[in-house]
Write a protein that binds this ligand. Structure first.
Ligand code: GLU
Length: 464
C-alpha cells in the first residue's frame, strides 16, 4: 500500500455548517494539500432521528462556496449499509459482539443506581450472560435488541496523536458499546471506524469532543487487527466567556456569516490562524496550505472566538480583492436599482468605497446614495456651519449648477467663490457632500461627481 496521506471530513448532517466543522474541514484540506494527499468527503447520515433533511447536500454546497475541494466523495454512509453489515457479521462470527435487549428505561434505572452508589456508570453486561435459549425466546417474543461490542477490560490502547505525545486509554473505564440501534441501523462509532479502515484513512483530524470515542474505535481497530490512523483532536472553539460556541454566538453558523457579507477567504483565513502564531496573518488557502505548521500549533485547551478579529480579516480581504472580483459578491447585497447602473460604473463605485467596508453588507450603506435619495435635514447644515454660512453656500451653489457637467470648473469656482465669501473649504465641501450623499464625511467631490448622474447632482444641490 502506498503511504499517501488520506484524510476525511466526516460531518453528520444534523444541522447547518458552523465555525467548528468548517475549521475541521479546513485543517483536513490544508493537511491533504501540504502532504500531497487525498481529502475525502463522507456524510455520516446513519442516525435517521438526528438527520436534518437536505443538510447533507447543503454541506456539499457550503464546501463549494468555501472553496474547500475534496478528491473523493461525497460518500453517504446511508448507501453503505451492506458494508457495515459484513463487518458486523465478522464480529458475530468471532463472538466479539452480543445482543443486548435492555430497554432505554432499564438502562436509565441502572445508570441512576450506579451514580447514587458513586460508581462509574457502565453497562452491567446483563445480556452478555443470556443463554441461547433465553436469546431465542426474547427474539421470538419480538423484543428489540442492539449489538454491543464486548471490550476487553484488561487492554490498554496507545494511540498515535499529532497533538499529544501519546494518548492512552484503559478499557476498564469503558462500557461494552453499541454498534447498532434497535431499529437495526448502525451507530456512528461503528460506521466511522469501518469507513476509516476501509477507506484507508491515515490521519483523523477532528474535534476534541470525539476524544473518548477514539478509545472505542481503537478497540475496534484492535478487534480487526488493523492499524489505527494517527489522530489529531482539535481544541473546541469557545466564546469570550469561555463557553462552547453555540447558535447564540453571532457568526457561529455559516449562514449568519454569509448573510452578513463575510468572504469565504476571510472565514478560512481566520479559522486557520486562530490557535497559531503567524507573522503574516492574511493568507490565501494556497498560501496557508504551504505555510501552515502542523507541528507547532495550539492543540490543547480551547480557542477563543473573536468576532472583531474575524471582521478585521474580512476587511483586509475586501481590500485585497480587486473590484472585478468583488462586484459579483457585492451585487446580491445591493438594492434593486443597482441594475440600472452600468458595470463599469459599479466597478468604479466599489473600488472607491471598498477601503471603508468591513463586510459586503457595508457596501450597501456606503453606496446607498447612488441608488436612493439621501434624507436631507437642512437643520443639520445650519448646525454644522451656522445659518449665515449655509445661506452663502446656497447662493454659490445656485450660481454653480450650470457647471455640473464640468466637475473641474465646478470645484474651482466653488473654491474661489467660497474663499471670497470668507468660507473655509472644509465648510463648503462638507455641505456639498452632505447634499449629495447624506453624510458630511466621506468621498471627495470629484469622485461623487463621477458616481452620480448629472440630474441627480443638480436636484440634490438644489435642496439647499
Ligand atoms: N460525524 C462526526 C461529527 O460530525 C465526525 C466524526 C469524525 O470526524 O470522526 O461529529
Amino acid at each position: 500500500m502506498s503511504n499517501q496521506v488520506r484524510v476525511r471530513f466526516a460531518p453528520s448532517p444534523t444541522g447547518f455548517m458552523h465555525l467548528g466543522n468548517i475549521r475541521t474541514a479546513l485543517l483536513n484540506y490544508l493537511f491533504a494539500k501540504q502532504q500531497e494527499g487525498v481529502l475525502i468527503l463522507r456524510i455520516e447520515d446513519t442516525d435517521v432521528l438526528r438527520n436534518v433533511s437536505e443538510a447533507g447536500l447543503q454541506i456539499v454546497k457550503d464546501l463549494e462556496w468555501l472553496g474547500i475541494s475534496y478528491d473523493e466523495g461525497p460518500y453517504f454512509q446511508s448507501d453503505r449499509t451492506k458494508i457495515y453489515q459484513e463487518q458486523l457479521d465478522d464480529l458475530m462470527e468471532n463472538q466479539k459482539v452480543y445482543r443486548c435487549f435492555c430497554t432505554t428505561e432499564e438502562l436509565d434505572v441502572k445508570r441512576k443506581d450506579q451514580v447514587a452508589k458513586k460508581l462509574p456508570p457502565r453497562y452491567d453486561r446483563t445480556c452478555l450472560h443470556l443463554s441461547n435459549d433465553q436469546i431465542k425466546q426474547k427474539i421470538a417474543s419480538g423484543k428489540l435488541f442492539i449489538w454491543r461490542f464486548r471490550i476487553n477490560e484488561d487492554s490498554v490502547f496507545f494511540v498515535d496523536s499529532m497533538a499529544r505525545k501519546n494518548l492512552s486509554f484503559e478499557m476498564k473505564h469503558f462500557s461494552d458499546f453499541a454498534l447498532t440501534r434497535s431499529d437495526g441501523s448502525f451507530t456512528f462509532l461503528f460506521t466511522n471506524f469501518v469507513d476509516d479502515w476501509l477507506m484507508g484513512i491515515t490521519h483523523v483530524i477532528r474535534g476534541e469532543d470525539h476524544l473518548s470515542n477514539t478509545a472505542m474505535q481503537a478497540a475496534l481497530f484492535d478487534a480487526f487487527a488493523v492499524q489505527m490512523p494517527i489522530v489529531w483532536h482539535l481544541p473546541m472553539l469557545c466564546n469570550q466567556e469561555g463557553q462552547k460556541l453555540s447558535k447564540r454566538d453571532f457568526g457561529f453558523s455559516l449562514n449568519d456569516l454569509k448573510a452578513e457579507g463575510f468572504l469565504p477567504q476571510a472565514i478560512e483565513n481566520y479559522l486557520a490562524i486562530i490557535g497559531g502564531s503567524f507573522k503574516e496573518e492574511i493568507q490565501s488557502l494556497d498560501e496557508l496550505a504551504h505555510n501552515f505548521d502542523f507541528e507547532n500549533i495550539h492543540t490543547t485547551g480551547a480557542i477563543r472566538y473573536d468576532l472583531d478579529k474575524l471582521i478585521w480579516i474580512n476587511h483586509k480581504w475586501i481590500e485585497r480583492l480587486d473590484a472585478r472580483e468583488l462586484v459579483s459578491l457585492v451585487v446580491p447585497f445591493l438594492p434593486q436599482p443597482h441594475e440600472q447602473i452600468a458595470e463599469a460604473k459599479l466597478l468604479f463605485l466599489i473600488e472607491k468605497v471598498k477601503r471603508d467596508c468591513r463586510t459586503l453588507k457595508d457596501f450597501v450603506g456606503e453606496l446607498r446614495f447612488c441608488f436612493e435619495e439621501p434624507e436631507i435635514d437642512l437643520g443639520l447644515i445650519d448646525e454644522k456651519v451656522g445659518k449665515d454660512k449655509a445661506n452663502l453656500i446656497a447662493t454659490i451653489l445656485d450660481d454653480l449648477v450650470g457647471y455640473v457637467p464640468k466637475p473641474e470648473l465646478f470645484v474651482e469656482t466653488l473654491k474661489r467663490e467660497g474663499k471670497e465669501k470668507g468660507l473655509k473649504p472644509k465648510e463648503f465641501f462638507s455641505v456639498v457632500r452632505y447634499l449629495l450623499t447624506g453624510s458630511f464625511d466621506g468621498l471627495g467631490i470629484h469622485d461623487l461627481f463621477e458616481m452620480l448622474d448629472q440630474e441627480k447632482i443638480i436636484s440634490r444641490l438644489r435642496k439647499l
